[in-house]
Design a binder for this molecule. Structure first.
Ligand code: GLN
Length: 284
């Protein structure tokens, strides 16, 4: 069978299972098996696919038919222009989270502390946020925390891959508890999917760690605890940036204003027009 025939067969199989982006997904899987670029794939369409490669391709296709996300099948995901290793131990980084990184970079660049900034990434998962910040802020030190030891193993792989071992510290523990010092900036993409939403969403989310997604009955359990800890621990010095889900801004703004009446608190929209980040800037 040629590559072209394999692609056609697989694309029809996915389309028959109502999996969207079938052709895109299939090309990624085949490129992963053959370890080739998109351009090479186009040039080699008439070449034969060897039986062991067809077998590997078929087994990935089978997993995709069960709705396993492509990122887990090919073990990587692009985020903020960088390539991250991912597997089922971590949430797959989402494009909407790039807003959180952009806002953190803007804040960091416009508020120099006269010394290396200390940034905390809470619930780091794959380390995508922490490592994107470290590669773009060459003087900053990042403390990345996660409750999941398994997630931190993945973050360590990505930290080494991007050569920032010396500036990204990985810490196990609950939200802010493991932080060794006061951070200038705190950034967090915590689980915020509500119980009802979790049931409603498509089958793909079931493959991701629920500890990274499930935010309790209204989705805000972890965010509430983080705001409480931030208040108790007097963290951070400058600014706290939180990713939130659609429709959560009103309640998160209210919670934040209750805890920090003196702060400048605002919601910011993502490119899709959804209020996606709540920023809490502390005076002084
Ligand atoms: N944006 C993710 C989703 O809806 C949720 C990520 C999170 O809970 N932090 O799939």
């Amino acid at each position: 069978m040629t590559l072209k025939e394999a692609l056609n067969r697989a694309t029809s199989a996915l389309a028959a299972h109502h999996i969207s982006d079938a052709s895109h997904d299939i090309q990624l899987l085949l490129r992963h098996v053959l370890q080739i670029t998109q351009a090479q794939l186009y040039l080699q369409l008439e070449e034969e696919l060897a039986p062991p490669e067809w077998e590997r391709f078929s087994s990935l296709l089978e997993r995709r038919l069960q709705h396993e996300p492509v990122a887990y099948l090919v073990c990587h995901q692009e985020f903020f222009g960088l390539d991250f290793y991912v597997d089922r131990r971590v949430l797959i980084p989402r494009p909407e989270t790039e807003l959180l990184v952009e806002m953190t970079l803007d804040f960091a660049r416009s508020h120099s502390a006269g010394r290396p900034l200390i940034i905390a990434d809470i619930g780091t998962g794959s380390g995508a946020i922490a490592i994107s910040l470290a590669t773009n802020l060459i003087n900053a030190r990042i403390c990345a925390t996660d409750l999941s030891i398994q997630a931190l193993e993945v973050a360590a792989i990505n930290r080494a891959r991007h050569g920032v071992d010396d500036r990204v510290v990985l810490l196990a523990g609950n939200l802010l508890e493991p932080l060794p010092e006061t951070a200038d900036l705190i950034v967090a993409n915590l689980p915020y999917v509500s119980a009802i939403e979790l049931q409603r969403t498509g089958p793909e989310l079931a493959f991701e760690p629920s500890v990274a997604l499930a935010g309790g009955p209204d989705g805000l359990e972890s965010i509430r605890l983080l705001l409480h800890q931030a208040h108790e621990l007097r963290q951070p010095r400058r600014c706290l940036l939180l990713e939130i889900g659609q429709g959560q801004s009103e309640e998160v703004l209210r919670l934040a204003r209750n805890h920090f009446p003196e702060a400048d608190i605002q919601a910011h929209r993502d490119p899709g027009g959804i209020e996606r980040v709540v920023g809490i800037a502390f005076p002084g």
